[in-house]
Design a protein around this ligand. Structure first.
Ligand code: ATP
Ligand code: MG
Length: 168
């Protein structure tokens, strides 16, 4: 349908956290389709490959008919144009997210005024959750149960085990 509202939720999702899951669920209720778009960023050294991140998100959202998982590189607004998306979804955890997010939203509006950025707040227990912190906690031997989907927790444990075996 031409009038369907398609939203893109871009990020690195390295790995997917329950904060991301919360935002995706909200978006799936709000828009006809939400595309979780993993940024293929060659400069960053990710913990999970893009293929692994896609696999994880598909596993978590397999039962959601209007959630799609895809990858992109280059300009986000160009990708949005290609996907016929009129909305970019971003999550806001705290004031610290605000300045960067506002700059990005206004730059994207400058580049393509037809795409609107929509911000959503996660449920309170996820306001302090970030992928970076989750990786740090796991690397130091802490538990991230309830902060990430079970499949992510299992994969983080596998990675840690693989690295420790390599070191030994
Ligand atoms: N816990 C959360 N609650 C709400 N939004 C979130 C949460 N974590 C991330 N987001 C939002 O999801 C989008 C994609 O973020 P990103 O992939 O950078 O995750 P991240 O957790 O911030 O990862 P990193 O720590 O590597 O920056 C951004 O809009 C970010 O603000
Ligand atoms: Mg981030």
């Amino acid at each position: 349908m031409a009038s369907d509202i398609i939203a893109i939720y871009p990020g690195s999702f390295d790995p997917l956290t329950n904060g991301h899951v919360d935002i995706i669920q909200r978006g799936s209720g709000l828009f006809d389709r939400i595309v979780v778009a993993m940024l293929v960023n060659i400069e960053k050294a990710p913990l999970f490959t893009v293929a692994e991140r896609v696999e994880i998100a598909r596993e978590v959202f397999g039962r959601y008919p209007n959630v799609e998982v895809d990858t992109f590189d280059g300009l986000l607004v160009e990708y949005a144009r290609r996907r016929k998306a009129s909305v970019i979804v971003r999550g806001l955890r705290a004031i610290s997210d605000f300045e960067y997010e506002m700059q990005m939203a206004l730059m994207n509006r400058h580049l393509n005024p037809e795409v609107e950025t929509v911000f959503m707040m996660p449920a309170e227990p996820y306001t302090y959750v970030s992928s970076r912190l989750v990786k740090e906690v796991v690397a130091l031997g802490g538990s991230v149960t309830n902060l990430v989907p079970a499949v992510v927790e299992a994969r983080l444990r596998e990675k840690k085990h693989a690295r420790e075996t390599l070191k030994a």
